[in-house]
Each structure stands twice: as structure tokens, then as C-alpha cells.
Design a protein around this ligand. Structure first.
Ligand SMILES: [Zn+2]
Length: 420
């Protein structure tokens, strides 16, 4: 419950906050009566009734038609639930070799999911912004979202992002530097069916961590680290359920921790960084050396080489198995750094680490256990169950969560308010 503030703006701010409080309560308690919401939030029943009427007009809460056992007099006995039919949130994930698109409803259930082969590294930032804008426009127009208001589109990028401005500060694996992605996307979306959709840009590891916390098999683990398994390796760090970004957004750049002092050169210009020995491109060059061409691998090549590496490792090909186990060991050294610094409950390996996990995980756990200070190795290390769209999912469910927590404006009322 929030009180205080004066004048119309103060009153409006308090009301907006309280709408979020009631929305969160209905999410947690549904199906529930207005009286139960009042009891759980500490708001008085008249205020709750008024806020519920407002949320119903915005299409966020509905009456289920059931009545509560504790029904006494009038409306408080009617049960409430979230209305899953009126809004959607879109998440897009940019990788070196593909885009993922996901849309979810207010209950965080997936409405659509698409995987688009796209060579973002070769395309460059402007063409990539164009492709993302097309993907957002297509999602908004998709029949699966028909009749829904889209509350936002989140874009996950493998690089350092200044989240407030949506500028990609640095993405070495895409070759982007100080690229104002959000600004360019807003310009591209103008005049399309998605022109009114607010756009957010964030780091892919951060959004992967959000996805694991909200929807993964380790959901509700508040101290969790998500590692992206792409050409680069980034860590999304959640402590006590909140993202740790650092003072300038660099928090979690585990991919550029030096684990092999005499190791190969990294895209950042240094030597022996974790991603130079355990990033998916580095691993594939050693696991399937006869298939990997010179120069940066294209998106299609990475996907194909991962499949070949898995097939060969399943057939006990010694080169493939040794390369994957070796990479697992380096990963474990990187994980131990995180465990010693942050003491998470779980570290989740995402992206291409998932199909490679049968060979990576045993060595990763052993190396992390050997290097971690905690006697039992510190934490669980698991493969993600969210596949190649974890960051897209994290972005979309993060927008839904932002509605509940007042960090995203609620959709405007569009229905006749029900008479109280
Ligand atoms: Zn590096």
C-alpha cells in the first residue's frame, strides 16, 4: 500500500502504484474475491473495488463468474482472475546467427514463437534493425495476437547495452559500437501496425536470467546466474530476484575473464578470454576441425556445425568428445569465478550449450567444484530448458512483470467501466 503525495499528480502516481499492487495480488491469489485482495494488500475495500473496476476497464482483470465461499453481501463475493485475452508482450532475441521471436499473454503463456535464420554479423546494425522491426511488425499482426493490445517489444542483444537509452554500447561479436538500436527501431516502426508499441533493448544474458527466474525449471530461484552459450559468453546475474547491471552495464561480462593466459586471441583483442576457448565458435573449430571454414562462421554454418558436433560426439568421435570436454573444463573455471564472487544457488547454461551439455556439463561441474571455495562446489550447474529463445522469452515476460511492478504504463481503459 502506498499513501502520501499531494495534488493531482501525487494522487495519480499513488493510484497507478496501487493499480499495480492490486494486479500483483490478483496474480498471486486468483481466483480471489475483492475482500481477499483487500486483506492481502492492506488497502480498504472501497479502494480495492474502485481499482478493480479500473483494471477491468483496462482489460487486465475479469470476473470469473464463480462466487467465493465467504460471500456475504454484494459484489465482494464475486471471484476475480487476470484476463489473459486482451494484451500481449513481444520479445525478440538477436544472435550472431538467428533471431528468436516470442509473444506471451498476461499469464506469461506463450502465444507465438518463431526462429528466424539471420546472419546478424554479416548484415550489420542497420539491416539488422530493419529485420527486427519486420519481426516485431509481423508478430503484432500475427493472428495469434488478434484483438490484443501489445504493451511492448523487448529486444535482447549479445553485447553491452545502456538499457535506459536502448543504445548498444559494444557488441564485439556483432561488430557493433555505440549503435542507437532503440532509436532506430522506433523510426523503422513508425507508420507500421507496431508504431505505438514501446520498445526496450537489453542485454541477452540479463533477459535469459529473467526467463529462467520467471519460466525455467529453476523458476523462483532468486540467486541465479544465466550463461549465454553463443559465439560470446555473457552472464545474467540475479541476486535476490533483481538484475545486477553494475555502474555502467558491464556486470556479468564473464566471457572476457582471462582463463587461459596463453590462449587464443579473443574478439575483444585480448588473449585467453573464456569465450575465446569456450564460446561456441571456438569450440566448433576444435570439435569439427575438418568442417569449420576459415574466417568468422555464418549463422547457418554455426547451426549446422553444432548438429555435426553432437552427431560425432554421440558416435564417440575422439576429437569431438575431447574438444567438448575441454570446453566444459574452461567453462567450469569461469563458473567458479562467478560462484566465488556471487554465491548463486544455480548457474544455468543456455543457448548452444544446451545441445552440447551432455559432454560439457560433467567437466564443467568438476572444474567449478575444484576451483570454487565452497566445500560442496557451491551451487547447481544445469542446462537451460528454454532452448534458443530464452532471452526472447525473458524480454516478453519481463514486460509483463514490469506492468505488475509499475515500471511500464498500464494500457489505457477501453471498456465501459462495470457499475460498482
Ligand atoms: Zn575477450
Amino acid at each position: 500500500m502506498v499513501s502520501g503525495g499531494s495534488g493531482p499528480s501525487g494522487f495519480q502516481a499513488v493510484r497507478e502504484t496501487n493499480l499495480g499492487v492490486v494486479l500483483r495480488a490478483v496474480r498471486a491469489l486468483a481466483p480471489c474475491s475483492r475482500a481477499a485482495v483487500a486483506a492481502a494488500t492492506g488497502l480498504n475495500k472501497t479502494t480495492v473495488s474502485s481499482l478493480v473496476t479500473d483494471l477491468m476497464a483496462r482489460g487486465l482483470v475479469r470476473e470469473t463468474g464463480e462466487e467465493a465461499a465467504e460471500r456475504r453481501v454484494g459484489r465482494p463475493g464475486v471471484m476475480l482472475a487476470l484476463d489473459p485475452a486482451t494484451i500481449a508482450a513481444v520479445g525478440v532475441e538477436v544472435n550472431v546467427d538467428y533471431l528468436s521471436v516470442v509473444a506471451v499473454d498476461l499469464l506469461e503463456r506463450e502465444l507465438l514463437g518463431a526462429h528466424i535464420d539471420f546472419d546478424a554479423r554479416a548484415a550489420g546494425p542497420d539491416a539488422c534493425a530493419g529485420r527486427i522491426a519486420e519481426a516485431v511488425t509481423a508478430a503484432v499482426a500475427d493472428p495469434a495476437l488478434a484483438g490484443r493490445a501489445v504493451i511492448g517489444a523487448s529486444v535482447a542483444v549479445p553485447g553491452l547495452v545502456d538499457a535506459p537509452s536502448g543504445t548498444v554500447t559494444r557488441a564485439p561479436n556483432l561488430g557493433w559500437h555505440a549503435y542507437p538500436l532503440r532509436e532506430r527501431l522506433v523510426a523503422r516502426l513508425a507508420g507500421t501496425g507496431a508504431a505505438e508499441v514501446p520498445v526496450r533493448v537489453d542485454n541477452d544474458a540479463n533477459l535469459g536470467a529473467v526467463a529462467e527466474f520467471r519460466a525455467g525449471h529453476l523458476a523462483r530461484t532468486p540467486d541465479l546466474v544465466y550463461l549465454t552459450g553463443e559465439v560470446g559468453i555473457g552472464a545474467g546475474v540475479l541476486l535476490n530476484g533483481e538484475l545486477v547491471r553494475g555502474s555502467t552495464g558491464f556486470a556479468g561480462e564473464i566471457g572476457h575473464v582471462r582463463v587461459a593466459p596463453d590462449g587464443p586471441e579473443c574478439a575483444c583483442g585480448r588473449r585467453g578470454c573464456l569465450e575465446a576457448v569456450a564460446g561456441v565458435e571456438a569450440v566448433l573449430r576444435r570439435a569439427v576441425p575438418d568442417r569449420a571454414p576459415e574466417g568468422p562462421l555464418s549463422g547457418t554454418e554455426i547451426g549446422e556445425l553444432v548438429r555435426t558436433a553432437v552427431e560425432r560426439a554421440e558416435a564417440d568421435d575422439p576429437t569431438a568428445v575431447a574438444a567438448l570436454r575441454d570446453a566444459g573444463g574452461w567453462l567450469g573455471r569461469g563458473v567458479a569465478v562467478l560462484v566465488n564472487l556471487l554465491d548463486p544457488k544455480a548457474v544455468v547454461l543456455g543457448g548452444y550449450f544446451v545441445p552440447l551439455a551432455p559432454w560439457l556439463l560433467p567437466e564443467c561441474r568438476a572444474a567449478a567444484g575444484a576451483d570454487a571455495f565452497a566445500a560442496d562446489g557451491g551451487c547447481r550447474i544445469e542446462a537451460s530448458a528454454l532452448g534458443l529463445s530464452a532471452a526472447a522469452t525473458g524480454g516478453a515476460v519481463g514486460l509483463i512483470h514490469a506492468l505488475d511492478s509499475g515500471r511500464l504504463p498500464l494500457p489505457a481503459p477501453h471498456r465501459e467501466p462495470a457499475r460498482a
